[in-house]
Design a protein around this ligand. Structure first.
Ligand code: ADP
Length: 274
């Protein structure tokens, strides 16, 4: 009786261990595949606009006696060139956040300034969709980090909120201080009433080039690199980015960052004496 009871206790534990091991291997293999795919993805993503540009320039030459067609093709060339430019820029941004130590140039950064900058960046796009943007709770909060990187990260989240939301909805940005494990952090939450993200996709959206709907992402000028940049910036600052979402209802992306506390402010202004 006792032996049976023991093996009954061990068996589920054993199978759970095996399961964990299998999951671990699967995860390692997945990460390796993602890494291998990166170069292939970059090539593919670069080839698409370059190929389009080459075809369009041929079309322009063939249509030289049709000014309206030339204008149409030239317009599309401009769109492809813009796409190429933003892709290259995001690749540069990504490699920068992956390689530079952001805390070398760390300083206290005002949250209200970061939020205002992010809203400014999306004002035009939000305006054309009549999306209302509202911010709250940002007064007197400071995060500790690299201003440029933090602005890029928050900007990406707000940009996505606008891009993946239907017209006449609301994007809210709320900040607050939280104390966890004795340390003060600032949480900046970006909430939209957009298309939402399925549980399956939630696990993958932070990967480089992963897009739930590539056609939709491209149509809004997306590169699939935005959230990978956000994730790197958060991690290198000792923070984290998390997502809550319900399909068809909306999403909340929360950026948690270390607070620029009084001690850090002082350390920044004058080197420690002891
Ligand atoms: P992209 O340039 O395509 O926006 P991101 O890395 O910023 O790339 O996001 C990856 C994917 O995650 C997007 O293509 C989209 O499918 C999904 N996504 C990101 N933010 C949101 C959001 N606020 N609501 C719904 N889907 C989102």
């Amino acid at each position: 009786g006792e032996a049976l009871a023991v093996s009954a206790r061990v068996a589920p534990l054993g199978s759970r261990l095996v399961l964990l091991l299998v999951e671990d291997l699967t995860e390692a293999r997945r990460i390796e595949a993602v890494r291998r795919d990166f170069v292939a993805n970059v090539s593919h993503e670069l080839k698409t606009p370059v190929g389009a540009l080459s075809l369009l320039s041929e079309a322009v030459m063939d249509a030289s006696d049709d000014p309206e067609a030339v204008e149409r093709f030239a317009g599309r060339m401009q769109i492809e060139a813009t796409r190429l430019t933003s892709l290259v820029q995001e690749l540069i941004d990504l490699s920068r956040v992956q390689n530079d130590d952001p805390l070398e140039d760390a300083e206290p950064v005002r949250v209200d300034e970061l939020v205002a900058e992010a809203i400014d960046r999306c004002r035009h796009q939000a305006g054309t969709k009549q999306i209302t943007m509202a911010a709250g709770g940002t007064a007197d909060l400071h995060v500790w980090g690299n201003r440029g990187q933090l602005a890029a990260a928050l900007g990406n989240l707000v940009e996505n909120a606008v891009n993946y939301s239907p017209a006449r909805t609301r994007v809210g940005i709320a900040a607050r201080r939280v104390t966890a494990a004795g340390a003060d952090h600032i949480e900046i939450a970006v909430t939209d009433q957009g298309i939402g993200i399925s549980d399956k996709d939630k696990e993958r959206i932070f990967e480089r080039f992963y897009r739930v709907d590539p056609a939709r992402s491209r149509a809004t000028g997306g590169t699939g690199l935005g959230l990978a940049i956000v994730k790197h910036v958060a991690a290198s600052h000792g923070g984290e980015v998390t997502v809550w979402s319900a399909e068809g209802q909306g999403s909340t992306f929360t950026l948690r960052l270390p607070e620029a506390g009084a001690a850090r402010d002082r350390a920044h202004q004058q080197p420690a004496r002891d």
